[in-house]
Design a protein around this ligand. Structure first.
Ligand SMILES: [Zn+2]
Length: 842
């Protein structure tokens, strides 16, 4: 049966000649299109996607000179369609459909929308730009807006003289139309899906093109920011070289422009040859940026370029396949950045991202990675950690299990076989199975089609070591779901090897005293629990356990606390064993657990807890030195920043607070301060800061020389612990000082404030309608994210009651997950408060 959301297949487009003229001042646009179509059966109407557009007139004509007028147009809001009635029936054959249409440049950051910025004189400039994925091309021009209806796009923009005009293809012709109007024509694209079309018009500048194997790459930016483009260009050139080699296919189109937009709802968008970004994910001064800020940019640049082949050249047939598109680009970005900057130990920070995915995937309200998608709106729920991080983690697990060369050969086969076409998920498994000879589809189907993941229990018996599995659930509940688990194991001092753990578990011979690491290299998406003294054997020899594996030990230990299988005080004792730790990711895992503990102790017990944190962290900081050194590796700098923050925020350490005030003050005065220290200092100062600092933070936010520094100060505003300042920050999310792309995150961060989080909840509920109408609808769910930190029983009841009356239909699943996480945090508070209070009182 034809799904009601799919267009009829009686008319199929192959080429759009599209002309668009925006009026930036009036915030409107007009356009015409001539669409080459093949009519497959006699028709008297044409059904096409169109939303928030006026269609003025249209007709159908063919080479024989027949012309059929569009005699009536009926719009269907719900299905986002126009039905074009024809004055006479049209016979099967080749036709061209002509349409003239008009629309408004919206402020919702989707379709054809308006972004603005103020120049140095305070004059406001408007940029007209697009964001079409998943199904918003229909807001800019009438089209067959489904990913398998690929076509060639020949785009023309008519723009005021002096403005930049950019689209998917390179510019091929420019004509002066008089009256300050210029017609700019772009080369036609490869055959591609509508969601990858893009055009941008505005007062923008372009960097000189850099050549990557014959493909010119530029960065496009708001005037005055040209000095922030080099890092992204370097990352792009490396990525292009890497992908051309890895995929075994040249870049499929003609050029790459990477455009930094002041207003952008997502992180970035892989429009073919015309990739759009948030400014903070493209423009950077590497001398002023932290290692994670640089890593983010390198990741996103590589991710969007990875899509140009995987996604743009070969595309999912329908939106159920979006997870594979995103998971694969995420995985490839990791591989690429790891090859570009091995010193960043990219897989370590990915382990942290996997923790976020594991937290969600341990809920009853999790979902399978892939699920049936009917309406394009169902796709909204796919853009989350389960798609990006869990999806990428399952691909990595497969890559490690098959071997890197076999995995790459499968990818090459897949791309060659399906170039310019559309696929289902199993087409990739088939290609990997063919290249490797392994039962890829059987293994992957379990990981893709069922939610959750296994908890592996390691125990010793007479014969050796036994690995059993059951599903890990965040509330400790039982569940019978099982997986074939591709796993790497090793004994300390021995070689790593692969095992496939079946549903019933597996035994392997081992020395009775062996110290066994399950999930060696942390390459599988599982948690591990060690029975008896097996954990002590590992913690007794921590220096022989790799940093990624130590990360796993800490992260899994905290997950056990969170699910009720271990006490918070046991975690504190366990953490005390890491006093010699020198790895960033491991420290971050320790701090994450201790950060929760800090929420559950008060008064005298809290003072003692803070003393414990200082006793653990200060020696590590002393070993590292409080000042950055010229010869420090990037990760050493990042670790120093993390320790400063841990000492200052969790330890309330006076030395750390004083150092932070000094670093922050110097950085704000433009003096050279190590970026990791400067960034950490902003948070430490905010947590202990008064109204004077608050004013200075606003100033620093407004005058920040880079997008990263601006974000650091913005995100620190909700960390101040004076109620009046919190109220000002929250009120500002409804004003003009904070862009709608960022404001939802400020509201969310306010929820994480240990003492004032509940105030953000009051604000959220009192201003709900206002907030919802102000922010892009895809970001509504983001501002709710702080709710999971509000763990008092009354908070849980209030949230449940509120969202009963105020659902978020476009993010229903994610909301359910947030509320479940809130309940888990509340249960943890009930257990951990007496436990930690007793522990820190003795
Ligand atoms: Zn992507």
């Amino acid at each position: 049966m034809q799904d009601r959301y799919r267009l009829p297949r009686s008319v199929i487009p192959s080429r759009y000649d599209l002309t668009i003229e925006p009026d930036l001042e009036a915030a409107t646009f007009s356009g015409t299109e001539a669409v080459t179509v093949e009519v497959h059966e006699r028709i008297d109407e044409i059904v096409i996607n169109a939303l928030d557009l006026e269609i003025d007139n249209g007709w159908l004509s063919n080479a024989a000179g027949t012309r059929i007028e569009v005699s009536g147009i009926a719009f269907d809001e719900e299905l986002q369609r126009a039905t074009l009635g024809l004055a006479d029936p049209a016979d099967p054959g080749s036709w061209t459909l002509y349409l003239a249409f008009r629309g408004e440049l919206n402020d919702q950051l989707h379709g054809f929308y308006r972004s603005t910025y103020a120049d140095d004189d305070g004059d406001i400039h408007t940029i007209a730009t697009t964001q079409f994925e998943a199904a918003d091309a229909r807001r800019a021009f009438p089209c067959w807006d489904e990913p398998d209806l690929k076509a060639v796009f020949a785009i023309t923009l008519i723009v005021p003289d002096g403005l930049a005009a950019i689209s998917n293809g390179p510019e091929v012709e420019r004509e002066d139309l008089g009256n300050d109007r210029i017609r700019v024509r772009f080369a036609e694209t490869m055959s591609m899906s509508t969601y990858l079309v893009a055009f941008v018009v505005g007062r923008l500048e372009c960097s000189d093109p850099v050549d990557a194997d014959g493909v010119p790459i530029r960065v496009v930016y708001v005037p005055g920011k040209g000095h922030l483009t080099k890092f992204a260009l370097d990352a792009a050139v490396f990525s292009m070289w890497f992908f051309t080699d890895y995929y075994g296919l040249p870049y499929p189109d003609r050029k790459v422009d990477m455009i930094a937009l002041p207003d952008f709802a997502q992180g970035a968008m892989e429009n073919t040859g015309c990739i759009t970004y948030r400014e903070s994910l493209l423009l950077v001064d590497p001398e002023q940026a932290t290692q994670p800020e640089l890593e983010n940019i390198a990741d996103v640049v590589a991710h969007e370029l990875a899509h140009q082949w995987f996604g743009n050249l070969v595309t999912m047939r329908w939106w159920n396949g979006i997870w594979l598109n995103e998971a694969f680009a995420t995985f490839m970005a990791l591989v690429t950045v790891d090859a570009w900057r091995p010193d960043w130990e990219r897989w370590s920070s990915f382990a942290r991202a996997c923790t976020s995915a594991k937290e969600v995937d341990a809920l009853h309200a999790t979902r399978a990675i892939e699920y049936p998608v009917h309406s394009p709106d169902d796709t909204a729920g796919m853009f989350d950690v389960l798609t990006y991080q869990k999806g990428a983690a399952t691909l990595r697990m497969l890559d490690r299990y098959l071997g890197g060369d076999e995995f790459r050969d499968g990818i090459r086969l897949y791309l060659q076989r399906h170039a310019y076409g559309n696929t289902e998920t199993h087409d990739l498994w088939n290609a990997l199975e063919e290249a490797s000879g392994e039962p890829v589809r059987r293994i992957m189907d379990q990981w893709i089609w069922q939610g959750g993941y296994p908890l592996l229990t390691v125990s010793s018996d007479d014969e050796g070591v036994r690995i059993a599995q059951r599903r890990f659930l965040a509330d400790g509940a039982d569940d019978v779901t099982t997986w074939d688990v591709p796993l790497r194991v090793r004994e300390l001092g021995g070689e790593e090897r692969s095992v496939l753990v079946p549903a019933g578990g597996v035994s392997s011979p081992a020395d009775p005293d062996a110290a066994m690491v399950a999930n060696a290299g942390a390459s599988s998406f599982v948690r591990v629990r060690y029975d008896g003294d097996l954990l002590d054997r590992l913690t007794g020899r921590l220096s022989e356990v790799s940093p990624l594996e130590r990360y796993g030990l800490v992260d899994d230990h905290w997950a056990a606390v969170s699910s009720g299988a271990a006490d918070a005080s046991a975690f504190v004792r366990f953490a005390a064993g890491f006093q010699d730790e020198d790895d960033l990711a491991v420290w971050q895992a320790l701090m994450a657990g201790l950060g929760w503990c800090d929420r559950f102790v008060e008064g005298e017990a809290r003072e003692r807890f803070r003393g414990f944190v200082r006793g653990l962290v200060a020696p590590a900081m002393d070993r590292l030195g409080w000042e950055a050194r010229e010869e420090d590796a990037d990760l050493t700098r990042a670790l120093r920043g993390a320790l400063l923050q841990g000492l200052g925020v969790l330890g309330a350490d006076p030395n750390a607070e004083a150092a932070a005030r000094e670093f922050e003050g110097e950085a704000r005065a433009g003096k050279p301060v190590d970026p990791a220290l400067a960034a950490a200092a902003v948070n430490v100062v905010a947590v202990a800061g008064d109204a004077d600092y608050y004013e200075r933070f606003w100033e620093a936010y407004r005058d920040a020389p880079t997008p990263q520094e601006q974000l650091r100060y913005l995100i620190a505003l909700p960390l101040f612990r004076d109620p009046a300042l919190m109220d000002r920050t929250l009120a500002a999310t409804l004003g003009d000082d904070i862009r709608s792309q960022n404001a939802p995150f400020v509201v969310a961060f306010a929820g994480t404030n240990r003492d004032l989080g509940p105030r953000s909840w009051t604000f959220l509920t009192e201003h709900w309608d206002d907030l919802v109408s102000r922010f892009p609808s895809s970001l509504t769910i983001r501002m709710v994210d702080g709710v999971r930190f509000l763990s008092r029983p009354e908070d849980v009841a209030a949230a449940a009651a509120f969202f009963e009356r105020h659902p978020i239909p476009q993010s229903a699943k994610t909301l359910q997950q947030m509320l479940e996480r809130q309940r888990i945090a509340a249960a943890l508070r009930l257990r951990a408060t007496p436990d930690l209070t007793a522990y820190f009182s003795s």
